[in-house]
Design a protein around this ligand. Sequence first.
Ligand code: ADP
Ligand code: MG
Length: 254
Amino acid sequence: MSASVTLENISKRYGDVEVLRGIDLHIPAGQTVALIGPSGSGKSTLLRLLMTLERPDAGRVLIDGESMWTEQRGGREVPARAAHLRRVRGRIGMVFQHFNLFPHMTALRNVAEAPRHVLGLGREEAEQRAREYLDMVGLGDKLDQYPGKLSGGQKQRVGIARALAMRPEVMLFDEVTSALDPELVGGVLEIMRELSARRTMTMIIVTHQMKFAECSSDRTLFFEGGRIVEDGPSAQVFGQPAEARTRQFLEAVI
Ligand code: ADP
Ligand code: MG
């Protein structure tokens, strides 16, 4: 299952720094969007907002039309209670650059942990689910390994399996290959490509891998200074960017 994502006039500042400046964006359910742009342009902040880790100063976030920070009560729109926020957050999964696996737990337990303790599944069911997703990311033979014995690429694949095991409708990937040795990047990108092709989730991918963004996403957003500078089908944004700033950026990074 996948959900649409809508941002309405989202602004966010840290002190004097305006990090997001009135973002309007609608991502239909099942779409894969690549988010590219210079460092410091607000890409991670946007994902953290979607993950409910940050709260916007103004504007609305909607998941499948449902407001994240407010809820309906007695026919009125009121600030969301913790239970509402938890439920909305449960629809979204995120994979970070640094995988933060529990070092004292096997790959299997790392993945089974949240289904067990957040979703309340029994041990058997949680572990069966963990096996299913570790298998999906090609780690069916590493279930009993501790993170210390896994390569960076394998750890990141455990990180992806861990997010998938919560069966999110929207998946956010923040530079998940940036900390990996070059020879390990391809395997992780391949998994993301397969997930995107399945169309079972809405995906937003922040990446510096331009070839990957071009070939594996439906749509690319070029982000700069807290604004969406360009938004179009990936083939067009990479092939014939409409904005001079996008062209300059692509020329500098490719
Ligand atoms: P990107 O992911 O595109 O590199 P970020 O969203 O991480 O950009 O950051 C955008 C801007 O917000 C940067 O100038 C960064 O220094 C600032 N910023 C991010 N998080 C915080 C924070 N928690 N407190 C203060 N400033 C922050
Ligand atoms: Mg970032």
